[in-house]
Ligand binder design. Structure first.
Ligand code: G3I
Length: 362
């Protein structure tokens, strides 16, 4: 009969072995073995100027999404001018590394130059041709490389801000409440085989605000389905909040409702907002890994087929660059992503691997 110590060592080796065997292929390989696509949000300049980041992206990701390069701010610096430089750099990198690219985002309330906002203020007669021309040019330019676009991002109102279904976006104010129907139809008209995704945050956890956001997103996409508006997928962003509770049954019910509408479901922007959690890095990492594992497993068990993290390593994250999301959590650097500043695999990396393999955590 094996001794207890041998059993413990054996269990430790079993935990470590798959990670060692996978060292060469990264999460993209672990996920692909189970028919799941894993990806990362990237900035074009990091891929071009930072060899370490580029190597990690090549090893870990099967799918790339431009963190900013597909937004109006990047693509439309001036009226009549299109700048595809960042997007093209990402597309070229992906082609060299056997990766696909998903598009983010044809419409959003943020990341637009002043000229765009001023034009939208003039109303539908100006806004509609602007949208149509953007879709014409951008979808034609990316048709070969990008087969899945976020047609609209965060169009549903945040329940903390408004009781309305739709956010008071410059697009809503310019084009009226059917602007999403118009946009999804415009995308389908221009490219019949393109996967059309609606992407949003705040549907992940177990707070009254998440409950209401899930209800609103479902109402939006169900309404689109009822009206015959083309939509193929819903992206659950996955900016998880470590301080908030999580309910697998609630998330599973949401995913099931989306799947029952015939929609694909994917996780598009996974990372961890650690709030003001007063604990050391090891404890935060352990809690983050457990939450990521529970969240990702629930989506995958419900039929989700892709998971993308929003950045390459902790210091690449948007957390720390935007007001309200400080770079320091209780005096320690934020740790939102699976790789740390030294490109070491954190517990979150291993939690993702185990979720992809359908194994429990830890
Ligand atoms: O590139 C410029 C740089 O030249 C300049 O010196 C610097 C000064 O502020 O700004 C840099 O641009 C920043 C850009 O990120 C690149 O880092 C912008 O200010 C900043 O606003 C922009 O933030 C992005 C934000 O969306 C707004 O577009 C974040 O990187 C990006 O992670 C974030 O992504 C969003 C998703 O699209 C939707 N879901 C939420 C998510 C996080 O907010």
């Amino acid at each position: 009969m094996p001794r207890r110590r041998d059993l413990l060592l054996g269990a430790a080796a079993a935990l470590a072995a798959p990670a060692a065997a996978r060292a060469a292929d990264g999460l993209r390989g672990v996920a692909a073995a189970r028919g799941i696509r894993f990806g990362l949000a990237v900035q074009g300049d990091a891929l071009v100027n930072d060899p370490r980041a580029a190597a990690a992206v090549a090893a870990e990701a099967a799918v790339l999404v431009p963190e900013g390069g597909g937004k109006w701010l990047a693509l439309r610096p001036e009226e009549g001018v299109y700048d595809f430089s960042e997007l093209d750099a990402i597309i070229a990198f992906a082609a060299r590394h056997g990766q696909t690219v998903r598009g983010h985002t044809l419409l959003w309330h943020a990341a637009m130059e002043d000229w765009t906002l001023a034009a939208l203020k003039e109303g539908a007669a100006r806004g509609r041709p602007l949208l149509e021309a953007h879709f014409d040019r951008v979808l034609a330019h990316t048709a070969l490389a990008i087969r899945d676009w976020d047609v609209a991002n965060e169009a549903v109102a945040d329940p903390r801000d408004s009781a309305d279904l739709l956010r008071k976006s410059p697009w809503l104010e310019s084009l009226g409440p059917d602007y999403l129907d118009l946009a999804f139809r415009a995308a389908r008209q221009r490219d019949a085989g393109l996967a059309l995704t609606y992407n949003d945050y705040g549907c992940e956890q177990d707070t009254p605000v998440d409950d209401e956001k899930r209800r609103r997103v479902l109402a939006l996409v169900r309404g689109m389905r009822d009206r015959g508006v083309p939509i193929d997928a819903v992206g659950i962003q996955g900016h998880l909040r470590l301080g908030d509770p999580f309910s697998a049954p609630k998330l599973a019910a949401f995913v099931r409702s989306l799947r029952d509408l015939g929609l694909r479901v994917l996780v598009t922007e996974l990372d961890m907002i650690e709030d003001e959690l007063r604990s050391d890095a090891a404890e935060r990492d352990a809690r983050s890994a457990a939450l990521v594992h529970a969240f990702v497993s629930t989506v995958l068990e419900g039929g989700g087929d892709a998971v993308l993290c929003w950045g390459v390593t902790d210091p690449h994250s948007w957390i720390g660059r935007e007001p309200g999301y400080p770079a320091l959590v209780s005096g320690l650097p934020a740790r939102p992503l699976p790789l740390d500043a030294e490109y070491r695999r954190k517990p979150m990396w291993h939690a993702l691997a185990r979720a992809f393999e359908g194994r429990p955590w830890p």
